[in-house]
Design a protein around this ligand. Structure first.
Ligand code: PBG
Length: 339
């Protein structure tokens, strides 16, 4: 049979790698780690098999496990010893992320990125102090509750303090995740004023209000006690708005641009890759991890293959960096494969 084009010629074993378009390496991956100031021992996170909240006394050991798997960067999330309406433990000098950052940067070579947000620190679980003042007098007179939401500009002041306290503790990079307007500019200004102009900002530039964050909110104890986050996180149906959001963060000095979640938003990852020249990060979130694990537990799909394919696809879409709970597992697979 005469067939000029036979793509299968290049799918034979010895040529496939040579013509491969996308490669995944442990150096692309960032492992999220949860440090919990309320516990003395590791606590398994039920909805994220293989992950634990670790006490401060174990954070160096935990990071060493990640490094041993070949992953060189970690993202630190903290569960504070107490919470209040303003989330003041988020910028405490002896706060959980500050302590963990000091220990990890002193004891290891890991590249330490810190989460800059308030939802784990406020007693209401929102990503900043609430704007009580926005309940207008008219609403009060009509005895009608307008939903409370986060006070954007008051939150910026807190984010500045958090970012500076993390930099003081030795953070290599800060990552604001609260989707407040102007957060990147505010943090850049504060870091520069305090002499941390060398500390880059990875902005959660396009972060959607997503059902896929469920397991994380258990893990980090950061679920809102009322309402949801749609007043500050993005509407899942909006793509053009993502470009505007990202452009604003670029203007304000973001160094790395993140899209979150990853798998359901690969069009946004591809779009940001095409429109901007900054490194693009994608956050393969807790729900994306949990659903593969749940299906694998039932024997419905292969955990290792499904995890690998997810991460390759995120890279193919245009991500340079991937935050993922699969980091250690996939890095181990990659190292085994490369012998
Ligand atoms: C908090 C934050 C969230 C995640 C990272 N930082 C949750 C949220 O916005 O409610 C989610 C990560 C994940 O699901 O893995 N600002």
């Amino acid at each position: 049979m005469e067939l000029t084009n036979r793509p299968r010629r290049l799918r034979q074993d010895r040529i496939r790698d040579l013509v491969g378009e996308t490669s995944l390496s442990p150096a692309d991956l960032i492992a999220p780690i949860f440090v919990d100031a309320t516990t003395d021992e590791r606590i398994a996170i039920e909805s994220m098999p293989g992950h634990e909240r670790v006490p401060l006394t174990e954070c160096v050991a935990r990071v060493e496990e990640v490094l041993a798997a070949g992953v060189e960067a970690v993202m630190l999330f903290g569960v504070p010893r107490s919470k209040d309406p303003d989330g003041t433990r988020a910028w405490a000098d002896d706060g959980v992320v500050q302590e963990a950052t000091r220990q990890v940067t002193e004891a290891t070579e890991a590249y330490v990125i810190t989460d800059v947000c308030l939802c784990e620190y406020t007693d209401h679980g929102h990503c900043g102090p609430l704007e009580e003042g926005l309940r207008g007098e008219a609403d009060r007179q009509r005895d009608r509750e307008t939903p409370l939401t986060v006070d954007n500009d008051a939150t910026l002041e807190s984010l500045e303090k958090i970012a500076v306290s993390h930099a003081e503790a030795g953070a290599d990079m800060v990552a604001p995740s609260g989707m407040m307007d102007g957060m990147v500019g505010a943090i850049r200004g504060a870091l520069d004023r305090e002499g941390y102009e060398h500390v880059p900002i990875m902005s959660y530039a396009a972060k959607y209000e997503s059902a896929f964050y469920g397991p994380f909110r258990d893990a980090a104890d950061g679920a809102p006690t009322f309402g949801d986050r749609r007043h500050y996180q993005m509407d899942p149906g909006n793509a053009r708005e993502a470009r505007r959001e990202v452009a604003l963060d670029v203007e304000q000095g973001a160094d790395v641009l993140m899209v979150k979640p990853a798998l359901a938003y690969l069009d946004i990852v591809a779009d940001v890759r095409r429109e901007f020249d900054h490194p693009v990060a994608a956050y393969n979130v807790s729900g994306e991890y949990a659903m593969i694990h749940a299906a694998a537990e039932k024997g419905w799909l292969d955990l290792e293959e499904a995890a690998f394919e997810s991460l390759v696809s995120i890279k193919r879409a245009g991500a340079d960096l991937i935050l993922t709970y699969f980091a250690e597992g996939v890095a181990t697979t990659l190292n085994d494969r490369s012998g």
